[in-house]
Design a protein around this ligand. Structure first.
Ligand code: AP5
Length: 223
């Protein structure tokens, strides 16, 4: 039986965190908790949080730490995450969020933190070609030959460019990553929980590297 997992996936915007977390979630049978997806759902549903977050997200800035910590704390208490574990994608994004997460998970700590490493020039190319399903969030890569309107093959929703995938917002997100999120790598290295995985290559190869890293960290025999 595949054991559950309590993982954090870090990495630049466009590194493939969302793409790989969907696969990892199926593999380890744990929920994929993406704070970006949670915020986009709130925007779609026009909740108070969504109305506040939309402007911040579209500009490429970060939503406030207190709000994000509250959302994640509440989500990790639900039975699915409290049982087999979870994969955190997009959280923590600041050292303040990481310190809060340590307190939230004190009884069942995170097992491994993965830095999915992809250079900036490659993520820029990936993001400019990224298209997503408005309804289910499935990722696609545009080649320019798609039939319009582009319909999601998973749920039939509209496939579009994300509102925050404009060149200005992407550059701002990548700059913020260097100042706010990259220090997390040092934070987790200091705790001895950090593993760097090469995120360049075919998604199947990246997935194999990720599961090998997680299994090794969990001490699963044969990895
Ligand atoms: P979020 O949704 O987390 O966005 P992000 O960090 O910008 O990450 P991305 O979704 O851009 O990249 P990804 O690594 O998931 O790449 P993907 O798999 O799509 O956050 C959005 C916003 O919400 C933030 O800017 C912020 O405002 C707010 N927010 C969220 N969390 C927050 C927090 N904790 N605190 C404060 N604010 C927060 O892949 C990219 C593309 O590449 C896709 O097209 C994919 O098909 C393709 N691809 C993937 N893998 C490969 C591969 N191996 N080879 C070739 N192409 C590939």
């Amino acid at each position: 039986m595949i054991p559950g997992a309590r993982l954090i996936i870090l990495g630049r915007q466009g590194a493939g965190k969302g793409t790989q977390c969907v696969r990892l979630s199926r593999h380890y049978v744990v929920p994929h908790i993406s704070t970006g997806d949670m915020l986009r759902a709130a925007v779609r549903e026009r909740t108070e949080l969504g109305l506040m977050a939309k402007e911040v997200m579209d500009s490429g800035a970060l939503v406030g730490d207190d709000i994000m910590i509250g959302i994640v704390d509440e989500r990790l208490r639900r039975p699915d995450a409290d049982g087999r574990g979870y994969i955190l994608d997009g959280f923590p994004r600041t050292v303040a969020q990481a310190e809060a997460l340590d307190k939230i998970t004190v009884e069942r700590p995170i097992q491994v933190v993965i830095d999915l490493d992809v250079p900036r020039d490659i993520v820029l190319a990936r993001i400019s070609a990224r298209r997503v399903c408005r309804d289910c969030g499935t990722n696609y890569t545009a080649t320019g030959n798609e039939r319009q309107p582009w319909i999601c093959e998973v749920c039939g929703g509209d496939v579009m460019q994300r509102d925050d995938d404009t060149p200005d917002a992407v550059n701002r997100r990548l700059d913020l990553y260097e100042t706010q999120t990259a220090p997390l790598i040092e934070f987790y290295e200091g705790q001895g929980r950090m593993v760097v995985v090469d995120g360049v290559g075919h998604p199947d190869d990246v997935f194999r590297r990720l599961t090998a890293a997680v299994d090794a960290a969990q001490g699963v025999a044969g990895t």
